[in-house]
Design a protein around this ligand. Structure first.
Ligand code: HEC
Ligand code: HEC
Length: 293
């Protein structure tokens, strides 16, 4: 019946499509980025971080890296870095957003929480030559970013786009390299959010005893945990590189446990990625391991 009357059919089809459009596209504008969506802790980018973001786009990092932690449990576990999945309020200063759709490399939405060293030494080494810290990496080297930022261009760009930066803010860019900018950007991502990891770090360590007093019994496992999680920063043979040497220590077992599990200035925390037994095995290796181990 209906299909024999084209005018009514078209009108009804239009109404049905408009209901769908309203529900899925127009209505959400009411709440996306509305007051309920804002996250008070999320701060705007500084000029250096903003410049890093521009370089990130120029170099097409987003072709290999996403910046959004999906709601899937596995995604949160792997990329959440102690937080939960990404909320729209985290992206209010991102125009355009860089959520991305490919993950040749890992998600970077919370990368600032993963390598907390204030000097960004891990990032510097990794950007100069990714294979020097992750031997199997297929990420290209970006050592060429060690060139000065074009200050005049950056300034023109930010004025043109009406960024509310003051003179003093902009002067922060003087004498900086493109590498400084991209690292500042990496170190900012995800760090505004209050995370479980930050909460854990403020809790006092429980007094615990190392259950492993015999290195021989745990050595194979400890060495493999070490190679996978620690060698990139402390050297293949624990001789030290980005982090200090880990052969013997004046610290007590409980103190070493606390550093590894909670992290410190330049040292990531492993409390959420390694189990207690694994951390104790590493403590035993650090305390009792010999030079040739
Ligand atoms: C060809 C794909 C590719 C491109 C392009 C690329 N990356 Fe990567 N990236 C990877 C892969 C694969 C890894 C995982 C291995 C590693 O850590 O090197 C990675 C790792 C990383 C990590 C460490 C992630 C972690 O969780 O430890 C950071 C930070 C990073 N990339 C930043 C960048 C930046 C910034 C750019 C652009 C200047 C970029 N990448 C361009 C593939 C890429
Ligand atoms: C991203 C680089 C990085 C990784 C990965 C890393 N560390 Fe560290 N680590 C550091 C840095 C940098 C320091 C020095 C921090 C400070 O003193 O403020 C440090 C310090 C330490 C200390 C304290 C040493 C002392 O005598 O004060 C211990 C213990 C330690 N790391 C163990 C480990 C273990 C075990 C692993 C692997 C599970 C590991 N680290 C992985 C960078 C790293």
């Amino acid at each position: 019946m209906l299909e024999k009357n084209p005018v009514i059919f078209i009108i009804l089809a239009f109404v049905v499509i408009m209901i769908g459009t309203t529900v899925t596209m127009i209505a959400p504008f009411k709440w996306i980025n509305g007051p309920a969506d804002r996250i008070a802790e999320v701060k705007p980018y500084t000029p250096l971080q903003q410049e890093g973001r521009d370089i990130y786009m120029r170099e097409g990092c987003n072709n290999c890296h996403s910046q959004t932690v999906r709601t899937l449990a596995a995604d949160v576990e792997r990329y959440g870095n102690g937080g939960s999945y990404s909320k729209s309020g985290e992206f209010v200063y991102d125009r355009p957003h860089l959520w991305g759709s490919r993950r040749t490399g890992p998600d970077l939405a919370r990368i600032g929480l993963k390598y907390p060293d204030p000097n960004g030494m891990w990032h510097r080494k990794h950007m100069d030559n990714p294979q020097s810290v992750v031997p199997a990496s297929n990420m290209p080297a970006y050592a060429f970013l060690n060139q000065p930022l074009n200050f005049a261009y950056s300034e023109r760009k930010m004025k043109l786009l009406n960024f509310p930066y003051t003179r003093a803010d902009l002067d922060e860019l003087k004498g900086k390299s493109e590498m400084d900018a991209i690292i500042a950007y990496m170190r900012k991502l995800g760090t505004d959010l209050p995370t479980k990891k930050a909460e854990a770090a403020t809790q006092a360590p429980a007094a615990r005893n190392n259950p492993f007093s015999d290195l021989k019994a745990v050595k194979t496992e400890a060495l493999s945990l070490y190679a996978k999680n620690c060698a990139a920063c402390h050297g293949d043979k624990r001789q030290g590189s980005l982090g200090p040497t880990l052969k013997g220590s004046a610290k007590s077992d409980a103190e070493l446990f606390a550093v590894i599990s909670k992290g410190r200035a330049g040292m990531p925390s492993f409390g959420s990625s390694l189990d207690e037994q694994g951390i104790w095995k590493l403590v035993t290796l650090i305390k009792l391991g010999k030079h040739d181990d």
